[in-house]
Design a binder for this molecule. Sequence first.
Ligand code: 5GP
Length: 304
Amino acid sequence: MNGSGETTERTMPEVDRIAANRAAIAARQARAELKRKLRSGEVSPLRVLEQSRVPGTPEASLRITDFLLSFPAIGAVKAERIRTDLEISDRKRLGGLGKLQRDRLERFVRERTGSGRAGSRPPLTVLAGPTAVGKGTVAAFVREHYPEVKLSVSATTRAPRPGEVHGSHYFFVDDEGFDRMLAGDELLEWATVHNQHRYGTPRGPVVEASERGEIMLLEIDLQGARQVRASMPEARLVFLAPPSWDELVDRLVGRGTEDEAERERRLETAKVELAAADEFDEIIVNDEVPRAAARLVELMRGGN
Ligand code: 5GP
């Protein structure tokens, strides 16, 4: 081994070790905070399980035993028995669960928390999330497979894309038309998205659906979601998250319908939007569209 190799061996690992220690301490603190929130009920076990699908999150690094111990009335002995029944080893962290293990754990959590019980159905559910995360795809899947869910049709000043139908995908209006809707207070919320076009939710259909007791979904951007929160606090806000940032970038670039400048603009928006996940009532990770849609509808029906 030469001199420089020895220098590298003596100094680099030290630097790495300090960085690794810092990261480990931060991760432990984040996990401790998560456990506290779980125990106090500030965050639901199903939400933690959902978020644990995203690598690198405190949820993903939470040990199965700590997860189980956060339930009221589950102590060490019970936790071990449940874990054994679920066929999950005590070294497992939530992010490392196999599909079958995750399914079994999810079933257990649902039974334990009585999720899906009736009576707490939100009058309105908002689905928001970063650009290109697949909100439109999940909403389209819901439209096709869950006919009881009513989807709000937004007004927009952007031009129709091929295949888009006026009145079905959007109400395509010009600037004057949009101004008229604003002047008539016809919009529940509205926003200029990607600094370009205006989009808004017509108020009438939302009110009618709510009066008829229908389940209504708004697929809108973050600014719009915040307005709904302010004007309808009883609405449920659901954040659709990508499985990872890389995945989001892939989806954004892969779609290929925008030019370079537009893509840059959307990436910037996406970064800001990702940071907003904490403002939402629920997070759904869009790893598989049918699963994400099923979870969304479960929440819309009043599940937790
Ligand atoms: P796109 O032009 O690709 O159909 O939609 C662009 C963005 O506008 C999406 O993020 C979508 O969620 C958002 N959007 C669509 N309709 C509305 C709306 O009525 N209000 C708000 N605030 N955003 C909307």
